[in-house]
Ligand binder design. Structure first.
Ligand code: AHR
Length: 338
């Protein structure tokens, strides 16, 4: 990238690399103010627009980008936190385009509304990589997408439930399911919900009691489960579309005296496979967590290097993911990276 950042970035972006600071002394404290950073023009400048900080998965994903796009690896990184605001994310991309950065990587909060923003980025000459969730735009509008197959993740959760019920001889019982969904309009929510609903539709004895939004956060997961427990008491399965919402739902059930997990009444099904989920699977609190891999920055770096070398780039790049359960969590916990 050429030149200095605008006031927008000084206020809202964390700029990693050769960022200067001015120390301003007051009576008892020292205030550190960011100065406009000077970039090393020999490096590749990447703007990374993150969704926010809604989950531990997201923190792992942010750290992965920050640790990958370093000066030592040949990059100036401009990290922008979307603060869970789709509008803020779009404004950030427009501003990065105006700054003529080399690459813009977006982890979009929601799929909608990206077309004009991507056009603006293309006009600026920046290459755009979509990471994690998807955008509802023609694939010609960006270089490529890297992330998870959310629909397959939803199917895998349902398949695990199917085999668990069979193992327990409960395959013909009426099964009442509660679903706590992620952020409305996010690919992770859309795909997982579709996969889960397709599995529910396959079984005439599986009843979806209610779906509630928990916005991928622990607090909202607890609140959603509190509301569910006010309304329903005969619950066989709780599915949350990420681990943090499950942690919140478990707190809610504990407070209400509802037992769950391997020794309880409620079967607990989750997504992400965070380290804490492994600990809770070992304890038998969570029964399965379908992996969603946040460590995708290395693949984004490879795309940039290949693109700069004139190699052909695949439009869609799926990351590898597994399914972990209370039965195999102890075997894998030590090798987990997030
Ligand atoms: O888009 C990936 C999802 O977003 C993860 O499942 C969730 O934890 C995150 O916040």
């Amino acid at each position: 990238m050429k030149g200095r950042l605008t006031a927008f970035f000084l206020l809202s972006a964390v700029v990693l690399g050769s960022c200067g600071t001015d120390a301003v002394s007051s009576r008892n404290s020292k205030i550190i103010r960011a100065r406009a950073p000077e970039y090393n023009k020999d490096l590749i400048t990447v703007g990374f627009v993150q969704t926010g900080k809604e989950s531990d998965w997201r923190d792992a994903n942010s750290s992965d980008f920050i640790n990958t796009f370093t000066v030592e690896n040949g990059y100036n990184l401009i990290y922008i936190d979307g603060n869970s605001s789709p509008e803020r994310q779009k404004k950030a991309v427009m501003d990065l385009a105006a700054q003529k950065v080399d690459y813009i990587i977006i982890d979009p909060i929601v799929e909608d509304g990206w077309e004009p923003v991507l056009k603006k980025a293309a006009d600026s000459g920046a290459e755009v990589i979509i990471a994690d969730r998807m955008v509802d735009a023609d694939e010609s509008e960006y270089l490529c997408w890297i992330g998870s197959d959310f629909y397959t993740e939803g199917l895998k959760a349902g398949e695990w439930l199917e085999s668990y019920l069979e193992e327990k001889g409960r395959q013909n019982e009426e099964i009442n399911i509660v679903l706590i969904e992620g952020t409305e309009g996010a690919s992770a929510t859309i795909g997982r919900t579709r996969g889960i609903n397709d599995m529910i539709a396959k079984h005439s004895n599986w009843n979806l009691l209610i779906s509630k939004c928990g916005n991928f956060s622990q607090g909202e997961g607890k609140q959603a489960m509190d509301e569910v427990l006010d309304e329903f008491y005969d619950i066989d399965v709780v599915i949350t579309e990420n681990d943090n919402m499950m942690f919140g739902a478990l707190n809610s059930m504990k407070a209400a005296g509802v037992t769950f997990g391997t020794d309880g009444e409620v079967i607990t099904v989750s997504f992400d496979a965070l380290h804490e989920a492994f600990e809770r699977m070992i304890k038998g609190e969570i029964m399965v967590s379908v992996e969603c891999n946040p460590l995708i920055a290395g693949e984004a770096r490879k795309v940039i290097e290949d693109n700069n070398a004139g190699k052909k780039i695949a439009g869609r790049n799926y990351v590898d993911e597994s399914v972990f359960t209370y039965k195999n969590a102890a075997e894998y916990i030590d090798s987990r990276q997030y």
